[in-house]
Design a protein around this ligand. Structure first.
Ligand SMILES: CC(C)(COP(=O)(O)OP(=O)(O)OC[C@H]1O[C@@H](n2cnc3c(N)ncnc32)[C@H](O)[C@@H]1OP(=O)(O)O)[C@@H](O)C(=O)NCCC(=O)NCCS
Length: 163
């Protein structure tokens, strides 16, 4: 099951399943992450957009960001947040937070038995701002760091049954 589109009650912010190569179709997405994250996000999103689990964040007809979900092998409790970001000129209006609520609704519909939406923040200065955003929208930081792809990360959990 995939969700093609979901929007806020006001209809202002909408998530839409991405098609094709999102970075090619919406070049503004390349302004969201610094390198090397931008290249990683671009490649992963192009590779996986056929699954329906890469989503565009839209304000009206404009694509202002991206988000999505994925699962990890051997983990039956959690669903993972994909690259979640908003282009710089659309930040600090609450739109990334609205998009978290929408993607959590998608997670509940598509993966009704999963308990947590999980995001990893790098243990770096960059990660500190990321943590401030995610905690402000309802994530809690797990007390133990996690090693993934040879780097250390703070797992952050959003309780899908508790919001
Ligand atoms: C992190 C990000 C998604 C936040 O997007 P946004 O649309 O500005 O977020 P919101 O407006 O919903 O912010 C909600 C709250 O989060 C906190 N917050 C957001 N960005 C923050 C920052 N850079 N530093 C500190 N707190 C921040 C604030 O408390 C903010 O509320 P306020 O504006 O009333 O103070 C955006 O900065 C971004 O796309 N960054 C680059 C991509 C990235 O690193 N994504 C996360 C990891 S994949």
């Amino acid at each position: 099951m995939t969700v093609q589109s979901i929007e806020t009650d006001s209809g202002l912010i909408r998530l839409e399943a991405a098609k094709g190569n999102p970075w090619q179709l919406h070049p503004q997405l390349a302004t969201i992450w610094p390198e090397p994250y931008n290249t990683e996000a671009k490649e992963a999103s192009a590779e996986d957009s056929h699954t329906g689990q890469v989503m565009l964040i839209k304000y009206g007809h404009q694509v202002i960001g991206t988000t999505g979900l994925f699962l990890q092998d051997d983990d039956f409790l959690n669903v993972y947040l994909r690259w979640h970001g908003v282009v710089p000129q659309w930040r600090r209006h609450g739109y990334a937070g609205e998009a978290i609520k929408l993607i959590a609704s998608v997670a509940r519909m598509v993966f009704p038995h999963r308990r947590y939406l999980v995001e990893l923040a790098p243990v770096t200065q960059y990660g500190e701002a990321v943590i401030r955003f995610f905690t402000s929208v309802g994530f809690t930081v797990h007390p133990e760091q996690h090693r993934y792809c040879d780097e250390m990360w703070w797992p952050m959990l959003y309780d899908l049954k508790g919001h």
